[in-house]
Design a protein around this ligand. Structure first.
Ligand code: MEV
Length: 423
């Protein structure tokens, strides 16, 4: 039986048997899907209840030579199906490779009233060692763990504004709190010891630009993985490249293609307890800053009979800290991934984005997107039509036999199923 055909219990048992999931995590998934009242009260404000989303896994991921089942949290089944589908085709070409990854967080001390930038630069350079000492004293534990302030840059802005950019190595954390602590301490020091005359600190806060929290991942797809009954692999590869080039020239299409990448990226980000808003802000910043409109690029390699794709993303994420340490399902997700390093996790999340992108582009230039989508949406439609218990599977099957489905048809088919049962 294929992985997706197993029941949830069988799937969990298989992951335990393969050593991918420990027995405590398996027991948790099977018996305690919700947060306890204490945890709920501790991690939010004004709690009313729980908003539960499915935790699924995508399979076939081969990343830097290692196989993964990747946890995904999403309300959309086609995201999980597309991730596995794309990953399988890329695994046949040797899997995903990380080409570049860096994990440094930026904080800014925002300055106004800078009448003489060159003079301020001299004073900041003279204070370099003291800024380092202030930063280390503000967060000694990150220094003990081998991280902390790495670089200081004074950047001139328009008007009489400037920004003192602090580049911080947060180690395995995303590092929002530690970056803000360091930035506030450096700001207080600057205000008293370095700034003069009209110069003022306006604010001290991390930047979500993700400029140095970047990952670039590549994957190759052999032509034979792209072929359909009607089209050769070479033809499909050429169409995928063309569609990607169209997106690179057209913002309307680029936004949709990028959404396909983010389908996978967000689902894996959420599953590992990371901050989606931070990732969204960084991706937005990158797309505004770079000339290229798309996050992924596909090129044809006819000599090697393959299509090659790359995704280049900012991923401001962590492996420890915040919700990652308190949400039980996030801890299970990281265990399922074999407790990756933070840069390893960045590669995994970016790979999911590239896999989703490949699956989407291949569908678009071959069968179209609706066939697969509607099949996966049938269960949702069955529930909307009022199906309950075993009726859901029966109505899903009935809907999948139809060419076109909508709510009215789902309700009619449900009535037929109920009438049959009565006779
Ligand atoms: C749907 O969630 C994502 C796609 O629209 C992406 C794309 O068009 O490339 C299929």
């Amino acid at each position: 039986m294929k992985f997706y055909e197993l029941s949830r219990t069988e799937r969990i048992q298989q992951l335990v048997a393969q050593g991918q999931l420990d027995t405590d995590s398996a027991a948790y998934l099977l018996t305690k899907p919700a947060l306890t009242d204490d945890l709920l009260a501790a991690i939010t404000e004004n709690d009313l209840g729980q908003f539960v989303l499915p935790l699924a896994v995508a399979n076939h991921f081969l990343i830097d030579g290692q196989s993964y089942f990747v946890p995904l949290v999403t309300e959309e089944p086609s995201v999980v199906a597309a991730a596995s589908n794309g990953a399988q085709r890329i695994a046949a070409g040797g899997g995903f490779q990380t080409l570049q990854v860096q994990h440094q967080l930026q904080a800014q001390v925002i300055l106004t009233g800078v009448a003489d930038f060159a003079d301020l630069q001299i004073r900041v350079d003279q204070a370099a060692a003291q800024i380092q000492t202030v930063a280390a004293a503000a967060h000694p534990s990150i220094v003990r763990r081998g991280g902390g302030l790495r670089e200081v840059q004074l950047v001139r802005q328009k008007n009489d504004w400037a920004s003192l950019n602090l580049w911080i190595d947060p180690q395995a954390a995303f590092g929002a709190n530690l970056a803000n602590t360091i930035a506030e301490a450096v700001a207080a020091y600057l205000q008293v010891q370095v700034l003069q005359g009209s110069e003022q600190v306006l604010a001290a806060i991390l930047s979500n630009s993700g400029a140095r929290m970047q990952v670039r991942v590549q994957g190759r797809v052999p032509y034979n993985q792209l072929a359909t009954a009607a089209q050769s692999g070479a033809a499909v590869a050429a169409q995928i490249v063309k569609l990607n080039q169209f997106a690179q020239a057209d913002r309307d299409r680029a936004s949709t293609e990028n959404k396909g990448v983010l389908n996978g990226v967000f689902a894996a980000t959420l599953a590992t307890g990371n901050d989606l808003r931070a990732v969204s802000a960084a991706v937005t910043a990158q797309l505004q800053a770079q000339a290229q409109l798309t996050l992924a690029t596909w090129v044809d390699q006819p000599e090697q009979q393959c299509l090659q794709g790359q995704v280049n993303l900012p991923l401001p994420i962590g492996r420890v800290g915040g919700a990652i340490n308190s949400l039980p399902a996030a801890k299970i997700s990281l265990a399922l991934l074999g407790q990756p390093t933070v840069t390893g996790l960045m590669s995994i999340i970016a790979s999911v984005g590239l896999a989703n992108n490949l699956a989407a582009l291949r569908s678009l230039v071959t069968t179209g997107i609706q066939a697969g989508h509607m099949r996966l949406q049938a269960a949702n439609l069955a529930i909307q039509a009022g199906a309950q218990g075993k009726e859901i599977a029966a109505l899903t099957t009935a809907l999948n036999q139809q060419r076109q489905v909508d709510l009215a048809l789902a309700q009619t088919l449900l009535q037929q199923i109920r009438q049959k049962k009565e006779h």
